[in-house]
Write a protein that binds this ligand. Structure first.
Ligand SMILES: [Zn+2]
Length: 312
């Protein structure tokens, strides 16, 4: 090989070397909607493959720790409502709370059939698919992080890990992660909050059989058979982050059983009461001031001692 040939080879190789050195992109989802629905059908008695495929869900551009997509869908009011108020409805942030995912599929069918509801909904039926699809299913994500303790509440660094160690005895089911937003699922949900800017958030859990509430406005006394029982604000929880920091009402529904669905009447009544409360409460029409400065006063400190018998 002469010198000129060798130089040409080096020049040809240079772009390849540069592309290898480029920063790695976030992994793209490795599974399709068909595959995701097949897995959900396998795991959840109340969700069939056809119902999942027919639900019009989209796959997120981001992946979970195991490169699963996060499924979501928007529903718009059929009647003209100007700028409809936006409601974010999520389930399955804890992967072992099966009923919180299944009931969202029921309510998506209601939204499909409802010609008069006035809201723009974004529905995310399963925020933690890795935990749901694990065997056995886990509350945490695939890295062992409780996603509902991983939100960037302003005092996360001072409170989340000390609370976990002292109050939960380092319970592995409640590990808040090494840092706020350390997990791709939490980052995806916070980006959704920032982009969609919901005026209310509804998050479904199980199995404590109560209604919890964080944020402005007067909470409902009950939604169907779920009665108000304030659980308090945990460091890094969605209720703490969105309800107290972003000032968006967060309604947390705790279904009574994780592995058993409410009856059709119970499910329908909770949904009807939720719609009624959202309509009559008049959550603000204008975008809320996201990115609030940290609230002044002792709010964040005074929330901590009230911690509570029910780990949402
Ligand atoms: Zn939960």
């Amino acid at each position: 090989m002469n010198v000129r040939t060798r130089a040409a080879l080096v020049l040809c190789a240079a772009p390849a070397l540069l592309s290898v050195a480029a920063p790695a992109r976030e992994p793209l989802p490795l599974v399709t909607l068909e595959r995701a629905c097949a897995l959900l059908d396998e795991r959840l008695h109340s969700v069939t493959l056809d119902a999942c495929l027919g639900a019009g869900l989209r796959t997120s551009a981001d992946a979970t720790v195991r490169s699963q997509p996060i499924l979501w869908r928007d529903y718009y009011p059929r009647q003209p409502h100007g700028d409809p108020r936006r409601i974010l409805l999520i389930g399955g942030i804890h992967g072992d709370e099966f009923s919180s995912v299944s009931i969202l599929f029921q309510w998506m069918q209601r939204l499909d059939a409802d010609g008069s509801q006035p809201f723009h909904w974004r529905v995310v039926p399963c925020v933690n698919p890795d935990g749901l699809l694990d065997r056995p299913a886990t509350r945490t994500n695939a890295r062992g992080v409780d996603l509902n303790r991983n939100f960037p509440t302003p005092d996360w660094a001072q409170t989340a890990l000390p609370y976990w160690k002292r109050r939960t005895g380092s319970d592995p089911r409640r590990y808040p992660g090494p840092a706020p937003l350390s997990e791709p699922e939490t980052r995806w949900l916070v980006r959704t909050l920032e982009q969609f800017r919901p005026q209310a958030v509804v998050s479904v859990h199980a199995p404590y059989g109560v209604l919890d509430y964080d944020g402005p406005h007067t909470p409902p006394r009950h939604l169907g058979y779920l009665y108000l029982h304030l659980l308090g604000a945990y460091p890094g929880s969605l209720g703490n982050y969105a309800g107290l920091y972003l000032n968006v009402p967060v309604i947390t529904l705790e279904l009574p059983q994780a592995g058993l669905m409410p009856s059709a009447e119970q499910s329908a009544q909770v949904w009807a009461d939720l719609l009624h409360w959202l309509k009559k409460t008049h959550v603000p029409d204008t975008a809320l001031p996201y990115g609030n400065p940290r609230p002044t006063g002792g709010l964040w400190q005074t929330m901590l001692p009230s911690l509570l018998p029910f780990p949402e």
